[in-house]
Design a protein around this ligand. Structure first.
Ligand code: ZN
Ligand code: ZN
Length: 151
């Protein structure tokens, strides 16, 4: 589970962009740095809010996210609740992109999405022979919602 804060320096962000053949722009750099600092997935609205102090408008952020997704640096998770959530693609300790990305679970009651162990996907891949699995989303009810009395 990737619940720790991590930092991405400007230099590291630039080298990631360069590696993936993207020109370094202020928006792309800020998006990468912003996403690296998050401990949970963020919707586009949340990202816009986080980057508002930098003065980017919604369309700049949308374009930046699209570029980063196409380059494989950012993952867009579609949990089926019509809210796309974004996070950085899994990387090796040395910064190289990993071939797969960890799976997720969504709470059907409050919509909370959590990151699960990458090993889960590897285990599943062994059971679903012949497939190259790329995304896996479990749904259920989170502990907090389970403890709430029915309204
Ligand atoms: Zn919940
Ligand atoms: Zn995740």
């Amino acid at each position: 589970m990737r619940n720790k804060h991590s930092q991405l320096s400007r230099v590291e962000a630039h080298s990631l962009l360069k590696k993936m053949g993207l020109r370094k722009t202020v928006a792309r750099t800020n998006l990468l740095q912003c996403l690296a600092e998050q401990t949970s997935l963020k919707s586009q609205a949340e990202i816009c809010e986080l980057l508002a102090p930098h003065g980017f408008d919604t369309s700049t952020i949308f374009r930046g996210l699209t570029d980063l997704i196409e380059a494989g640096l950012v993952v867009r998770i579609d949990t089926g609740d019509r809210i796309w959530r974004f996070e950085l693609h899994d990387r090796d300790p040395d910064g190289k992109l990993q071939p797969t990305h960890h799976p997720h679970a969504i709470c059907t009651s409050c919509g909370e999405v959590i990151c699960l162990q990458p090993e889960l996907l590897e285990k599943l891949a062994q059971l679903v022979s012949g497939w190259s699995l790329s995304e896996f989303i479990l749904s259920g009810v989170c502990p907090e919602c389970q403890n709430q009395p029915e309204a």
